[in-house]
Structures are given as structure tokens and as C-alpha cells.
Design a protein around this ligand. Structure first.
Ligand SMILES: C[S@@+](CC[C@H](N)C(=O)[O-])C[C@H]1O[C@@H](n2cnc3c(N)ncnc32)[C@H](O)[C@@H]1O
Length: 389
């Protein structure tokens, strides 16, 4: 019997797409809106919205500034005037947008800014429409948010097809004045593939598994933001998700540890400028936990009231054992800046007793993904090459 015949006992490993889609919508509170804005959306409506996106709420934590939900596929954060939904797998994140806008309007909130971003998919062939090409996602987003700005939304892709994952961004902003109390927030998003085998084993419910809390502590994840209130979950038989909330700031980590599709993401959002003063320090801690073969790093700020040209030109100190592959950035006409860096583990010198080849191959189809998506948004953004720090 051929090992590949239909009655073969060898089953193909199921595929899980770790790479997430992420939408962040900022709203203005109208005169009749409740003071807690979106936080007034009842739980059954949140469940309805998650069902539209094809995921569900697993657990939640709250502080004075936000409600944070761990989902079956990633996370949801609800602030009075901000909605952040991040989902992976073959979820339909954008399906929830029309209903979200309807629910928000009924409460007296109007959208003022939308940011949608994602890395390349590892298995783009498994994605449903409109995630089959970035231009389709952009088309959908423009239908719902494009009218907010005089020239429609803006979309761009950062990174080179053969230097790891590419970073896809859509932005729309009504560009109307903000309250004097508005402070820009900074994000650091790290996406990793080809996780080290030993690092990945930490996210299995194997004989060493004690509890999600212990996993968060033992891996070093708890130490990334020591003051954060943490909500963590280890899936059966493997997989890990956590949210940590600290004032307006959040950390969210999601891990797909199976060797044939290994992927992890670490995001810090909603923090002040200190977060990005020395991103290299956080990056080194993250690389130590996951031992990835390839890393992509995005630094972003939602409004630039600082020196846009100087900000985000360096990712800081590169973690030991890694080399910088690519760097690009974009100042958006919608306000804000996105800087993107790709790193790869350095190959051991010929004859060296150590080898970095401790990863199972997992990065199957980025070239395909990029081929189909890189020029898909119809615009030709001006990308600056930025310093190779
Ligand atoms: C925890 S989620 C995290 C996804 C995330 N975007 C990432 O970084 O890859 C996905 C991982 O959990 C596993 N998993 C187990 N049960 C799952 C479930 N019911 N829903 C989603 N993922 C599940 C998947 O096989 C995968 O390893």
C-alpha cells in the first residue's frame, strides 16, 4: 500500500494558521453616549460579534481602563472608545465589522480611526475570501471606513517577499482635532516562526504541564510586564494564549507550537513612548523565550506629534545570534508611523560544533503569499529604507 493512498494509516497533520488579523477601531463619544462607551456593550452582544468572526470568548479580565478577553482564536480588548480584535486561524474577523459599527452607533459612538494589520499568512491557500488577497480586505475596509477621510483609507505592505513575513496595513482616520488630553500610544508587535523545539514544548499539555499560570511564569512571559494582571490559557493538546493588562497598556501573546506550523506573536499596545525607547531589550527577552528562526518586528505610533523622520529608525540592539534582514517604514497620510524590521537567526560558521538548525521546517508558503499579495492594494506607497541598526 502506498503511504499516500487514501486508505493509508498516515494522517496528514491538521493545519492551524497562527498569523493573526487585527483590527483597531477608535470612536468618538457622542453627547448621549454612556461614559463607559463601548464597555456598555452587553456580553451577549459581544458573543454575537465573536460568533460573526467565527471565534468565542474563553475568559476575561478587567481593570479601570478596559475589558480584556481571551478568545478561542486570540484576543479582544474593549476600552470606552477603542475596540481591538485580533483573531487567527481561518476566522472571519471582518464579518463582525458592520454589526460592531451598528452597535456602537446605537450607543452614540462614531468611528474616527480604523487600523487593520496583519503579517503574511503561513498558509494563505487556506484562508477564506476576502483574506485571499490584501486588496480584497482593503476593499471591504474602505467600504466601511473609507468615507471617514477625504481621500479614503490608505494601505501599504512593508517588508520584502524573500526576507520573512510581510506586514500589511490599512489606515483610515477622519483627521478631525482630538481632545487636548489625547496622548499618542505606541505598539510593538513581534511575529515569530520556526520556534525552537525545546521552547515550543513549553506550550504543550505534556507530562511537565502543571497549569497555565506556571507556564506563564516558567517561560519568562510573566517577567515581560511584571505589573500586568494576567489571564492565560493552555489549549489541549497544545497552544497558548494570554492577555496581560496594566493601566491602558496591554500585552498579548499567542503560540502555535506544533513543529510543522510553529508560530508565536507577542504584542505590547497602548503604552507610552517609553515602550519603544529601547525595543531591543524587550526583543531579546522575547527571542530567548521562543528561540525563533525568523522574527518580524513592527513599531507603530497612532499619531505623530514628534519627529516622524527620526522616530522608529532603529529596532535597537539586535538579540544575540540574530541578524537584521530588512527594514522599512511608512509615515501615513492618516497620521502615525509604522516601522518594520525582519530578523533571522544567524547560521553557524562551517565546522562549528553548534548549529542553529534546531527548528523543524514550518515556514512553508510565504513566497506564495507574498507573490499574491505584495502589490495587491493598488497603491504605491513610498517606503523609506531605514537604518540597519
Ligand atoms: C492558542 S491558539 C493561538 C493562535 C495564535 N494566533 C498564534 O500565535 O499562533 C492556536 C494554538 O492552539 C491550538 N488549539 C488547540 N485547541 C484549539 C481550539 N479549540 N481553538 C484554537 N486553537 C486551538 C492550535 O492547534 C494552535 O497550536
Amino acid at each position: 500500500m502506498s503511504p499516500l493512498s487514501s486508505d493509508s494509516p498516515i494522517l496528514a497533520a491538521p493545519i492551524f494558521e497562527g498569523s493573526e488579523k487585527r483590527i483597531e477601531v477608535d470612536f468618538r463619544l457622542g453627547p448621549n453616549a454612556p461614559a463607559n462607551g463601548l464597555r456598555a456593550v452587553p456580553r451577549d452582544t459581544l458573543d454575537e460579534l465573536m460568533t460573526l468572526a467565527r471565534c468565542c470568548i474563553v475568559s476575561s479580565r478587567s481593570n479601570a481602563q478596559m475589558d480584556a478577553y481571551v478568545l478561542s482564536e486570540s484576543s479582544l480588548f474593549v476600552y470606552p472608545t477603542k475596540w481591538i480584535l485580533k483573531t487567527c486561524g481561518t476566522t472571519r474577523l471582518l464579518n463582525s465589522v458592520p454589526r460592531l459599527l451598528e452597535v456602537a452607533r446605537a450607543l452614540g459612538l462614531e468611528p474616527r480611526r480604523c487600523k487593520y494589520n496583519r503579517a503574511s499568512f503561513l498558509f494563505p491557500e487556506n484562508q477564506p475570501f476576502p483574506y485571499t488577497a490584501f486588496e480584497h480586505e482593503v476593499g471591504f475596509l474602505d467600504e466601511h471606513f473609507g468615507a471617514m477621510c477625504a481621500n479614503g483609507g490608505t494601505a501599504f505592505v512593508l517588508g520584502e517577499p524573500y526576507q520573512g513575513l510581510q506586514w500589511h496595513v490599512y489606515l483610515a482616520d477622519d483627521m478631525r482635532p482630538l481632545e487636548p488630553s489625547f496622548k499618542p500610544t505606541y505598539n510593538l508587535e513581534v511575529c515569530m516562526t520556526e520556534l525552537g523545539n525545546e521552547a515550543a514544548q513549553q506550550f504543550f499539555r505534556n507530562e511537565r504541564f502543571v497549569s497555565a499560570e506556571q507556564t506563564t511564569k516558567d517561560t519568562g512571559i510573566a517577567a515581560l510586564k511584571p505589573r500586568a494582571q494576567i489571564d492565560d490559557y493552555v489549549f489541549e493538546p497544545c497552544g497558548y494564549s494570554m492577555n496581560g493588562i496594566d493601566g491602558t497598556g496591554l500585552i498579548t501573546i499567542h503560540v502555535t507550537p506544533e513543529a510543522h506550523q510553529s508560530y508565536a506573536s507577542v504584542e505590547f499596545s497602548g503604552f507610552g513612548e517609553d515602550l519603544v525607547k529601547n525595543p531591543g531589550e524587550l526583543l531579546s527577552k522575547v527571542a530567548k523565550i521562543f528561540q525563533p528562526g525568523k522574527v518580524s518586528v513592527t513599531l507603530s505610533v497612532d499619531k505623530v506629534d514628534l519627529d516622524a523622520a527620526a522616530w522608529g529608525t532603529s529596532v535597537g540592539a539586535i538579540p544575540a545570534g540574530y541578524g537584521l534582514q530588512g527594514a522599512a517604514s511608512q509615515v501615513s497620510p492618516c497620521g502615525g508611523k509604522v516601522a518594520y524590521f525582519t530578523l533571522a537567526e544567524k547560521l553557524a560558521a562551517p565546522g562549528s560544533p553548534t548549529t542553529p538548525l534546531h527548528h523543524a521546517a514550518s515556514f512553508l508558503s510565504v513566497a506564495t503569499s507574498s507573490d499574491s499579495e505584495a502589490d495587491g492594494n493598488g497603491s504605491e506607497p513610498e517606503q523609506e529604507a531605514v537604518a540597519m541598526a
